[in-house]
Ligand binder design. Sequence first.
Ligand code: FAD
Length: 410
Amino acid sequence: MSRVLVVGSSVGGSTAANTLRDLGVETILLERDLNYVKPCGGAVPPRVFSDWDLPHDLIDRKVTIAVVCSPRHYSEFPVLSSHPAPETDFIAMVRREKFDRYIRDRAVRKGAELIEGKLEHVEFGPRGIRATYEDKRNKTHIIEADAVIGADGAYSTVAKSLGLERLPMAVAYQERIRLPAHAMTYWEKRAALYLGDDVSPDLYAWVFPKYDHVAAGIGAGAGKTKAARQLLANLKHKLRDQLGEGLSVKFEAHHLPMHPRKHLSYDRAALVGDAAGLVQQTSGEGIYWAMKSGEMAARAIAKHLDAPTAANLRQDYDAPWWKAYRPTYLFLAFLQRISYNGDLQREIFAKMCDDPDVQRLTFDGYLTKHIEPAPWTVQMRITRHWLSTAVHEWMRQQKEKTSSSSASSG
Ligand SMILES: Cc1cc2nc3c(=O)[nH]c(=O)nc-3n(C[C@H](O)[C@H](O)[C@H](O)COP(=O)(O)OP(=O)(O)OC[C@H]3O[C@@H](n4cnc5c(N)ncnc54)[C@H](O)[C@@H]3O)c2cc1C
């Protein structure tokens, strides 16, 4: 019987293992550390629960109010799509320790064989793959399979075994802070993003609510790892009135790939989630994309178990993936360039968040995972608003510069 090795049992790998078992494929799920908890903000769109039939009791909080805060502007608005529906118009907050385990346990209940061990490398041959892993007692073992799914995250050993280079990485630092009940009330339904050189020079900082604590974190682009701790300290200082009474319960840090790999599939191998670089650059959102790619890669491999060549897998995984999602990746990468880099862009971005058209388009895209061009009347309205905001902000900044230079010369 054919079998598939899935490396990594986080969201991407466990979703792939569930799909493979649904399709009757013998599946081995190899996980380096069964107690590992992925550092993560844990924000997911509710469609994750309907798409993969997950119970809502995995949700800690339902965020219905979004906050975007630049150095000069504060925007607060409801999480509402173009077709408002209370059962889907929210951002779900999950804890990865609970969420990932549920999906992994379900794959095991469906018959996936779970092994705790660290993949060392994979050899690819004409008749199959040979994976070497080390168990907790440093004993080496071999697994033979027909194909492998690399769901082993940003530092993927499967990608390395394929001879691929490491992707450029951003870094994210996060602290979980337990708040007294009265301080938690403010965060019950709110999630906030903060823009500014002091907290994140090229991405953003966030506070997301969990069941009895908040996760406060910062993202920083390539080469800024050393500054990351200071940026997080700045965020906490900035929010001292809201977070000051809190108790720090956990500190987490991890890299995020900054762009997708050229190919997702290779001979007898497919990469999913962070291993494939499928995180969204603007938002750092990766859970949905890891799960969706895990599912699609598993379907493609199950279909081509007799010949899992790069050509076959690219036809049934890479091609439909990019057909469905390329516009989303391109649009969000463009948004990052025009929104986060520099004070002018950040102020325009935060002010544009007050615009109901922008709010609806943002949540339509986030909640449905499809970016549709807006009707031309809406596009015209947004363009007009963007231009007037940009001119207004630019003039304000020029005025500020002139008055500060005349003050210093006087
Ligand atoms: C601080 C931070 C905050 C984030 N916040 C959000 C958010 O709010 N919402 C969102 O959608 N995304 C968020 N992300 C991104 C999200 O966490 C990732 O995109 C997502 O976890 C990717 O899932 P994955 O299954 O591809 O890989 P991972 O979750 O990274 O899992 C990889 C798995 O592979 C295992 N593994 C690794 N190497 C080996 C090996 N050699 N052998 C065996 N097993 C191995 C690991 O132990 C792990 O279980 C955040 C990321 C960070 C760093």
